[in-house]
Design a protein around this ligand. Structure first.
Ligand code: G6P
Length: 369
């Protein structure tokens, strides 16, 4: 194992740094021309994807957070109703099934019991079409689905998922593109622009990785804390959720994520100087609203750790720590903004001396209920 680690201290750190490659490989296998073919989801995909009238995505853990991002992408870019749901909940509740709603399952391993059984449940309820997004070709999940898309993250050893997540997001963005094109919601021209941005994505992720030394310095402020709050808005709210999950999983610091607009309805009561607040603050249409949410945190003495974009324009002030990511990545911004949160969790765990690759009580793949 030591040989495989190369210059890295842990598999998780190695896998975080493999993301530019993992994303490029996932794209290379799928995107060859100036447009994305529905065929990347398997034989017969075009007819199926043309026929669907909605999307329901089922997953667990980190894969569920990818599903939550897709919920935002799908509804704004394809016009299809889309709902993401935790697989272990879906499988035991009485949901209303529309046969033409596409069931999408997402899983790194393809062996998560709850996700497999949720897909079987959906079929039993009458859903006609299923698609699995998975990192393991011969897994049970892939074998159960009608359509499939394989992420090319390569083997992921660290229990806390990193490169599998960002490649799942790439897969979901490609699915959004294909569905948007088939429904006439995305033009040729728009598709070309986004394909170009996808090709630039590995480079943007590489630039985010270069922030590691500064983020490591921030992480020292987290090591003696018992709680942390992660804020985001819109499509970056699920990224805040993923950042909180990473911190919980490997540093054992209690963390929760909130959509920043909801702060005033509860979590603001918890904010004091002992609770660091991490904000995902890309330069999007919600930035000004987010900034006023952050002022509410500052007014209560909360220390802010803000991940902004180059052009996000934050005025320097006491108690506001700011790091800037490369240029705003448009709809792909959630992928780029994931990376610093992974690095923050990793370095917080290093400071605490936990078993980063094998956190207590957790398993890489939960194959039993
Ligand atoms: C476990 C792992 C998580 C993972 C989740 C879902 O809890 O520790 O990292 O996100 O399972 O796994 P899957 O293989 O279905 O994506």
């Amino acid at each position: 194992d030591m040989a495989e680690l190369g210059n890295y201290r842990h598999f998780m750190q190695k896998e975080i740094h493999e993301q530019p490659r993992a994303i490029a490989d996932t794209l290379l296998a799928a995107v060859t021309t100036s447009s994305v073919s529905p065929g990347i989801f398997g034989p017969g995909a075009e007819d199926i994807l043309r026929a669907v009238n909605g999307v329901r995505i089922l997953a667990c853990g980190t894969s569920y957070h990818a599903a939550k991002v897709a919920e935002y992408w799908m509804e704004s870019l394809t016009g299809l109703p889309c709902r993401a749901e935790i697989a272990s909940e879906y499988r035991y509740r009485d949901s209303v099934a529309d046969p033409d709603t596409l069931i999408v399952t997402i899983s790194q391993s393809g062996e998560t019991r709850d996700t497999i059984d949720a897909m079987i449940q959906a079929k039993n309820l009458g859903h006609k079409y299923s698609l699995a997004i998975c990192n393991v070709p011969e897994s049970a999940l892939v074998r159960t689905a009608d359509l499939k898309f394989l992420t090319r993250a390569g083997p992921e050893i660290g229990v806390a998922s990193t490169k599998a997540f960002t490649t799942q997001l790439v897969a979901l963005f490609l699915l959004t593109l294909v569905l948007g094109r088939l429904r006439g919601k995305i033009s040729d021209q728009q598709e070309k622009v986004w394909l170009e941005q996808l090709r630039e994505l590995p480079g943007l992720v590489q630039q985010a990785l270069a922030l590691e030394p500064q983020i490591a310095a921030w992480a020292e402020h987290f090591a003696d804390k018992h709680h942390a709050l992660f804020l985001g808005r819109g499509v970056h709210y699920p990224i805040a959720m993923e950042g909180a999950l990473k911190l919980k999983e490997i540093s054992y610091i209690h963390a929760e994520a909130y959509p920043a607009g909801e702060l005033k309805h509860g979590p603001l009561a918890l904010v004091d100087k002992d609770m660091p607040v991490v904000a995902v603050a890309p330069n999007d249409i919600l930035l000004e609203k987010l900034k006023s949410n952050l002022q509410e945190v500052r007014a209560r003495g909360g220390e802010l750790y803000v991940f902004a974009d180059l052009d996000s324009h934050f005025t320097p002030q006491e108690g506001l720590h700011l790091l800037r990511l490369p240029t705003n990545a448009g709809p792909l911004s959630p992928i780029v903004h994931t990376v610093p949160l992974q690095i923050l969790a990793y370095h917080a765990a290093l400071c605490k001396g936990t078993d980063v690759d094998k956190p207590r009580n957790l398993a890489k793949s939960v194959t039993v209920e």
